[in-house]
Unconditional design. Structure first.
Length: 305
């Protein structure tokens, strides 16, 4: 097995957590895979994998080597894909990071359509609200809500999502319905914070054409969108979030919209990827495909955005 094949095998073992599954994915005998990794570790003079009866995990050296392998293999695949006939039928592994609600409500429910269209692309999908380091972790593309802060990444706007402020009937019965934005500081909110920034996000409203922020007190804070909604349903306080996330709860009356006379700012959604992935056919076809999903759900991105 040559060096590039052994790197590909090692990356698959880390991703699948199994020699057997990785060997099956590459259509080689398991014994060949075991021998190739032993040779790789001997050549590098380092133990790359910890083997147990249940799973295989990279060592600290192995994790660092895996991240380098992902970048090397990605560059090799992109070089091969620069040929026109390969670009028309992209292949290889595409590593995505999708924030919770975007994965479960928009992208993954249609992911079989992407696979049917591009059967030679295998997907590795991670999730969470943390700001992944695309370069260090070998991620090809992420989908994130909010305004991108990292100028080292290429951003393609996918949609703008209308937002709503709402609360449960139980909360509004206990604390009253805010009639004006000036009432907000007297109310409680379910706090939402980023696990990487350790800061709470205020509520925002457009008042007389100006964006104003309101900080509310509260007794519970979360960093997960689903938990944010659950806490509101249990009377934890007001929440502000994209309307599509709570459409069913609003329709059923389990949550009630408030302050509708004042517009919440729309929340942008973008696909982000490193500059060196601009010419990757895998990244390009995924962003084109996922862009159409968001356009179907939220309409075209306004020209002014």
């Amino acid at each position: 097995m040559d060096r590039f094949d052994s790197l590909q095998l090692f990356a698959r073992i880390v991703e699948m957590g199994s020699f057997t599954r990785a060997a099956g994915a590459l259509d080689i005998p398991r014994a060949t895979a075991t021998h190739a990794i032993k040779e790789l570790e001997a050549r590098l003079g380092a133990r790359l994998l910890e083997r147990t009866t249940r799973q295989v995990q990279p060592t600290l050296d192995g994790q660092a080597f895996y991240e380098r392998c992902v970048r090397i293999l990605g560059e090799l695949e992109d070089a091969e894909s620069s040929l026109q006939h390969v670009a028309a039928n992209p292949r290889g592994v595409l590593r995505l990071d999708l924030h919770g609600i975007h994965a479960t409500r928009i992208v993954l429910p249609r992911i079989d359509e992407f696979r049917a269209r591009y059967p030679s692309i295998d997907l590795v999908v991670s999730g969470g609200d943390r700001l992944v380091d695309l370069i260090q972790e070998g991620i090809d593309c992420v989908v994130r809500a909010g305004n991108p802060r990292d100028s080292s990444l290429v951003a393609r706007r996918l949609a703008v999502m209308p937002q709503v402020i709402c609360a449960s009937p139980l909360y509004l019965e206990r604390f009253g319905v805010p009639q004006h934005p000036d009432d907000l500081p007297a109310h409680q909110a379910v706090g939402f914070f980023s696990s990487t920034r350790h800061t709470h996000y205020p509520f925002e409203l457009l008042i007389a054409g100006q964006l104003q922020a309101f900080s509310l007190g509260g007794w519970i804070s979360v960093n997960d969108a689903e938990n944010y909604v659950v806490c509101a349903l249990r009377g934890g306080g007001l929440i502000q979030l994209p309307r599509f996330h709570v459409e069913e709860e609003l329709r059923q009356g389990r949550l009630v919209a408030v302050l509708d006379d004042w517009k919440s700012p729309d929340l942008p959604v973008s696909a982000l990827y490193p500059y060196h992935r601009q010419l990757s056919p895998r990244v390009r076809v995924f962003i084109d495909w996922v862009g159409k999903l968001y356009e179907e759900r939220f309409g075209p991105v306004p020209a002014s955005v």
